[in-house]
Design a protein. Structure first.
Length: 67
């Protein structure tokens, strides 16, 4: 398992531990969600970067209107 896959498991496990897992309780539904997560992980690795929170906040600051 590579570094990105380990983080994928981490965030997807967090999702599964939320109320969403009670809403989606069929294991057949989670299989495609895992596939989508793997695709996102490969296509957009910056979403799972350790400094994503800082990157996101910097982007928000750039997009906020200047007073």
């Amino acid at each position: 398992m590579g570094g990105l896959e380990a983080e994928e498991v981490h965030w997807l496990e967090r999702v599964q531990m939320t109320d969403l897992s009670h809403l989606v309780d069929d294991p057949a539904v989670w299989a495609p969600i895992h596939r989508i997560a793997g695709t996102l992980d490969k296509a957009l690795p910056e979403l799972f970067a350790p400094d994503y929170d800082q990157r996101l906040e910097a982007a928000r600051q750039r997009l906020r209107p200047q007073d």
